[in-house]
Design a protein around this ligand. Structure first.
Ligand SMILES: *[C@@H]1O[C@H](CO)[C@@H](O)[C@H](O)[C@H]1NC(C)=O
Length: 339
């Protein structure tokens, strides 16, 4: 008698826990489907929408400008060089306008705002894509002078802030979008120099901008690309600059690293960048396009498999784990101390 009652209770419990699990799975699946559908809703009237993109000479900016131009957007592509602007003009429709912009020069930004203001009229600016950036100098921290940091911060962070501030009135008019190009290096400091600092700064600036501007209907998205083949990851530029840094070092610092360190460092860097860098930069521009065209743009876009499945998860792990991984990528100095 007792054992039958026990058995009944046992069976009931098993059925109940099975039901709970099934319900949880069903709810999770429904939530995922709902998210997927919501994520695919688009805004309309691309041909009435103006987008201003910085850094269109090459890389992500250049591809995004051509991509949005094909979709019918009114693209205004800011370039640093005459050649970049001329090449882009020939590759795009007559609708696309190029403009010379140096994001470290306030007067140049003001001229861009005047130009854009005339173009957009009462509609305002739908999209601002802060994409212009530089990477060098990259290397060990004690190879750097203060100006090695500031020249990167001026473009990648202060440039982004000033361009955004000056364009905000036009963006408010259109209840537009700001798309800021950060990086997985805004999640993990993989190298010394100003680049990682600037990208952490872009993350923080974008977070406060998003919260402050949501009340005005402006949406802010952060793009976090992994490693892609662009001017920013150009090994020729990075290495040439590392040789410059090394040649300026006092002899005792060089001695502490050892004679072969620079060559070992450059080799290790070539090896890991060769494995890491993806040539398919459209993975990044597709995220930027989603941020500009989706009814519900995402706050953060990890772009590339390495970003999604390696670097961003790694950034959530304890520092000693990321230190181990990052240390494994580079050679050790000769004078390393075992503590
Ligand atoms: C950009 O502007 C800054 C500040 O005016 C200037 O120092 C720099 O040389 C300019 N860069 C280019 C490429 O024109």
């Amino acid at each position: 008698m007792v054992s039958t009652a026990n058995l009944t209770i046992y069976l009931l419990e098993a059925i109940l826990s099975h039901l709970t699990l099934s319900c949880a799975l069903l709810l999770a699946t429904l939530a995922a489907i709902r998210w997927y559908i919501r994520d695919s809703y688009k805004v309309d009237g691309f041909s009435q929408k103006h987008v201003f993109i910085t850094g269109c000479d090459s890389g992500f900016g250049n591809l995004l400008a051509r991509q949005l131009d094909r979709k019918g957007f009114q693209v205004m592509a800011a370039c640093l060089t005459e050649k970049g602007a001329a090449d882009l003009s020939t590759a795009a429709s007559p609708r696309l306008k190029t403009f010379m912009l140096n994001v470290t020069d306030s007067a140049s930004i003001r001229r861009a705002v005047e130009f854009v203001s005339k173009e957009v009229g009462e509609r305002g600016l739908w999209g601002l894509v802060n994409n212009a950036g530089r990477s060098v100098p990259i290397g060990p921290t004690d190879w750097m002078q203060l100006e090695d940091f500031t020249k990167v911060l001026d473009v990648n962070l202060i440039g982004v802030i000033e361009v955004t501030l000056q364009f905000l009135p036009l963006l408010k008019k259109a209840h537009g979008r700001v798309v800021n190009t950060a990086s997985i290096l805004g999640r993990l400091s993989l190298t010394g120099g100003g680049y990682c600092l600037s990208k952490w700064g872009v993350e923080a600036f974008s977070d406060s901008l998003r919260r402050d501007m949501q009340h005005f209907g402006i949406k802010v998205s952060i793009i976090e690309p992994g490693f892609f083949k662009t001017g920013v990851t150009s090994l020729d530029l990075i290495e040439a600059d590392q040789r410059r840094l090394w040649s300026c070092l006092p002899q005792d610092v060089k001695d502490s690293y050892g004679d072969t360190y620079l060559d070992d460092y450059v080799k290790a860097q070539e090896f890991s960048m060769g494995i890491l860098c993806s040539p398919d930069i459209s993975k990044v521009t597709r995220c930027m396009e989603h941020a500009l065209t989706a009814r519900f743009p995402r706050t953060r876009y990890g772009a590339g498999w390495d970003a999604k499945f390696f670097w961003i998860p790694l950034s959530y792990l304890p520092s000693f784990v990321s230190d181990l991984v990052i240390n494994a990528l580079l050679p050790l100095p000769k004078d390393k101390r075992h503590v």
